[in-house]
Structure formats: C-alpha cells, structure tokens
Design a protein around this ligand. Structure first.
Ligand code: HEC
Ligand code: HEC
Length: 188
C-alpha cells in the first residue's frame, strides 16, 4: 500500500461514513427502537389486531404529534401513555421516520358498508388527502383497521380525544355514518 492509499483510508474513508444522510441514520435508529412496538403494532407497522392501529406509511408529522400528545397526557390511552413516557424526542423523531417510510398496508372493510361510506367521504378528503393517504398533521386513513377508525371517531364525538377540526366536522354526524366511513377508509 502506498502512502496515497494510506492517506485515503485514514482521512477520506471516515469522512464518507460521517456524511451519510442523517435521515437514513434516523430511520435505522427508529427501526431498532420499534422492536418494543411490534408486540402490539405488528411487524413493519402492520397490526393484526384492530385495537392496535397500523403505523406503516403513517405521516411522520402526525406520528410525532401523537407520541408527544400521549407523553404529555393530552391523548389518553394507558398503554400508549406508558410506552411514550420513556421516549426521548430523538426516539420519537426516529420512530416517526421509520414507520412513515414503510409500505402501506390494507386492513380491508365490509364492502356494502364501504360503498355507503364512499358516498359520505368527500368532505374528509380536503384534509386527509385525495386518496386518504394523509398530509403532514393530517393522518393517513387509507387501509387503517375500521374498528380502530370508528373508535377514534366516537372518541372525538364524546370529547375523550381532542381535536378542534375533527370534533367540529363530526359534531352532528350520526354514529351509523362512522361505521360506514370507517369501512370505506379501511378498504382503500
Ligand atoms: C401494549 C400495546 C402497545 C404497545 C407496546 C405500543 N402501542 Fe402504540 N398504541 C396502542 C394502542 C391500544 C393504541 C390506540 C390508542 C387509542 O385508542 O387512542 C396505540 C396508538 C398508537 C399511535 C397512534 C396512532 C394513530 O393512528 O393515531 C401511535 C403513533 C403509536 N401507538 C405508536 C407506538 C410506538 C412508536 C410504540 C413503540 C415505542 C408503540 N406504539 C407501542 C398500543 C400499544
Ligand atoms: C379540517 C380538516 C379535517 C377534516 C375535513 C377531517 N379531518 Fe379527520 N383529522 C383531522 C386532524 C387534524 C386529525 C388529527 C387530530 C390529532 O392530531 O389528534 C384528524 C384525525 C382523524 C382520525 C384519527 C385517525 C387516527 O389514526 O387516529 C380519524 C379517524 C379521522 N380524522 C376521520 C375523518 C373523517 C371520517 C372525516 C370526514 C367525515 C374527517 N376526518 C375530516 C382533520 C380533519
């Protein structure tokens, strides 16, 4: 090995590693941390039980907001509050980068109910995105477990989950519409 090659190894190679994109490192750290989430939210953010939402392909801004809300006690759920209590801000950002990078999954929904839901869904898409894939603070609804979605709509309605826009939108909506909308979004 000549001295030029030695210089390359000593000075340039470390620089190559140090300049790897930060986002890739974040997502990898998030993947490690996500081992503690898989028992409920499934492998690769694809949950097999409707009481635990899919996290795959969820918007990263939304994920950060929700984890901070659980941690601060602004969103109430005993399981998630105790999980979020131990997460530092870096963990939250890394987990959000990881889950948002995963391929979306489709929970599916009752076809007849989904058809009814489709006829009522137009008013939701302005915020949740034309294909219900979400946008920033507005969560992805497409492919989510219908039972979970319905549960959240009920929680907004009875005020146990707070969100100005969501509480206003559904204030006068009958709960039968929740079921239909949930089936529709789950089927996307
Ligand atoms: C013991 C089971 C359990 C574990 C472990 C768990 N969660 Fe959850 N998680 C839940 C439940 C239940 C909900 C739904 C809460 C509700 O109904 O409001 C939830 C909801 C969430 C939400 C909100 C999703 C949405 O669409 O609004 C996020 C984000 C989340 N979990 C992230 C995580 C992360 C990250 C981890 C690992 C660090 C984790 N969870 C570990 C049970 C769990
Ligand atoms: C004006 C904007 C807006 C409109 C219109 C809107 N939403 Fe939302 N929605 C939000 C926001 C913001 C949140 C996140 C609230 C939070 O941060 O907790 C949300 C959250 C939700 C959630 C919780 C998702 C989860 O993963 O926990 C569901 C379910 C939902 N919306 C369904 C609907 C449905 C169904 C409609 C149409 C009837 C609708 N939304 C219309 C803004 C909107």
């Amino acid at each position: 090995m000549n001295s030029l090659q030695q210089a390359f190894i000593l000075f340039f190679l470390p620089a190559v590693f140090l300049t790897l994109p930060v986002s890739a490192a974040d997502s990898a750290a998030g993947e490690q941390k996500a081992n503690s989430c898989a028992g409920c939210h499934g492998q690769k953010g694809s949950s097999t039980n409707a009481q635990w939402p899919n996290l795959a392909a969820q918007q990263s801004t939304y994920l950060v907001n929700q984890l901070k809300a659980f941690k601060a006690g602004d969103r109430i759920n005993p399981m998630m509050q105790s999980m979020a209590a131990n997460l530092a801000n870096d963990d939250i950002n890394n987990l959000a980068a990881y889950f948002s990078s995963l391929a979306p999954v489709k929970a599916g929904g009752n076809p007849a109910l989904a058809k009814t839901g489709e006829s009522k869904a137009a008013m939701c898409l302005g915020c949740h995105g034309a294909t219900a894939g979400g946008n920033g603070q507005f969560p992805r609804l497409a492919g989510q477990h219908p039972d979970y979605l319905e549960q959240q709509l009920k929680a907004f309605k009875d005020g146990s989950r707070k969100s100005g826009p969501m509480q206003a939108i559904i204030a006068n909506m009958p709960e039968t519409d929740f079921k239909a909308l949930a089936a529709y979004f789950g089927s996307l």
